[in-house]
Write a protein that binds this ligand. Structure first.
Ligand SMILES: Nc1nc2c(ncn2[C@@H]2O[C@H](COP(=O)(O)OP(=O)(O)OP(=O)(O)O)[C@@H](O)[C@H]2O)c(=O)[nH]1
Ligand SMILES: [Mg+2]
Length: 362
């Protein structure tokens, strides 16, 4: 893992912690970590020369396969670093794309990830170094990153066109489903939030589902929708979806538009945030900026401060004051599901038309 503290050291440090989490999610074991404070990245080698030499020795000693940089590298910098370090060099964006490629299960998910990878690759084809041409296992080599790279741009563009059309079909199908729901007058609530905030854990508490939740980044990729019944007997739809991250690669946001449109068209968002994270404020900001990017910033939103079992009482009170209408809870506790349903009921408004009550099992 290498990072460059151009601004505040602590922020760069936390960002490297997150990068290590991402590397683990991609199946790698982080063994080394380098942070250099500099006013500007070195135009040729990103890190300063002395630092590069030091790192080269360390990489050799620890038999490092891949070096991950927290910032995006210019193609020339990547090539120079790969030569100096004698190993593959990838950046944070590629690492995230790699995790998505590993985790995608549905056809839709796979199409979206492949499109995102190609979008990322296309402008970087010229001057692509070892990372893009070398075959082999390990992280950063999945999907279109491995075999198709010797092919020309035209072929990639053609493939992007095909993928785009297939994803459009998926979008149309989703839009039809949404239209049907609107006709049934079912309201939708979407859980959004930073990756690992506890969205799926809360979703399970609310719906009685047992979707996979775990202490790894980007566990959920494909959206999950369930019907559930509010205390006033109204039936609504609740969706759990892919988590956001700081500097979420734009290529991914663009490719996941079909998935993210669900969020933009929801009646209410529950923004689940890990209140115990040292990075909490930055995470909240990152989620808000993705919501804006996908056109969901106008959707009514309730802040859910999760993991409050890890937060002292005074801090909980401060959080609730800072965000009017927000709720502190712990999704690990069984009471959190019903508590959130009460909040939803209140926010969706009482006194809804008869048609919104659906009989039968939720
Ligand atoms: N201490 C504590 N841990 C929690 C709480 N809620 C969730 N967790 C843990 O946080 C981790 C992440 O939970 P998930 O529900 O998978 O998070 P997510 O937001 O769905 O994450 P992704 O799908 O990966 O984006 C798991 O290890 C949960 O057990 C909580 O209230 N308190
Ligand atoms: Mg999840």
């Amino acid at each position: 893992m290498i990072g460059l503290a151009v601004g505040r050291r602590r922020a760069a440090d936390l960002s490297l912690d997150e990068l290590a989490g991402l590397a683990r999610a991609a199946g790698a074991t982080p063994v080394l970590r380098t942070l250099q404070e500099r006013r500007h990245p070195d135009p040729r080698t990103f890190l300063g020369r002395g630092k590069v030499e030091e790192l080269a020795r360390a990489c050799d000693e620890r038999a490092v396969d891949v070096v991950v940089t927290d910032a995006e590298l210019a193609p020339g910098q990547r090539r120079a670093l790969e030569e100096a370090l004698a190993c593959r060099v990838i950046d944070r964006t590629q690492l995230i794309l790699d995790i998505f490629a590993r985790r995608a299960r549905t056809r839709e998910g796979k199409l979206q990830v492949e499109l995102a990878q190609l979008r990322y690759l296309l402008p970087r084809l010229v001057g692509a170094g070892l990372a893009l041409s070398r075959l082999g296992g390990g992280i950063g080599t999945r999907g279109p990153g491995e075999t198709k790279l010797e092919t020309d741009r035209r072929r990639i563009r053609r493939r992007m066109g095909t993928l785009g059309r297939q994803i459009d079909q998926v979008r149309r199908r989703r839009a039809q489903l949404r239209a049907r729901r609107t006709k049934q007058r079912l309201r939708t609530v979407a859980l959004v939030g930073y990756t690992n905030a506890g969205k799926t854990t809360l979703f399970n508490q609310m719906t009685g589902d047992d979707a996979a939740a775990s202490d790894a980044l980007f566990v959920t990729l494909d959206p999950l929708v369930r019907r559930l019944r509010l205390p006033d007997r109204r039936v609504i739809l609740c969706s759990d979806t892919v988590g956001f991250i700081d500097r979420l690669p734009h290529a991914l946001v663009a490719a996941f538009r079909a998935t993210l449109e669900e969020v933009a068209e929801a009646d209410l968002l529950l923004h689940v945030s890990d209140a115990s994270s040292p990075n909490r404020d930055r995470q909240v900001e990152a989620v808000r900026s993705v919501l804006t990017e996908i056109g969901a910033d106008e959707v009514p939103c309730v802040m859910i401060w999760n993991k409050c079992d890890q937060v002292v009482e005074a801090e909980r009170r401060r959080l609730e004051r800072a965000e009017p209408g927000s709720v502190c809870l712990s999704a690990l506790e069984a009471g959190s599901g019903p508590a959130v349903l009460e909040v939803i009921e209140e926010r969706l408004g009482r006194g809804v038309p008869e048609g919104e009550y659906v009989n039968g099992a939720a």
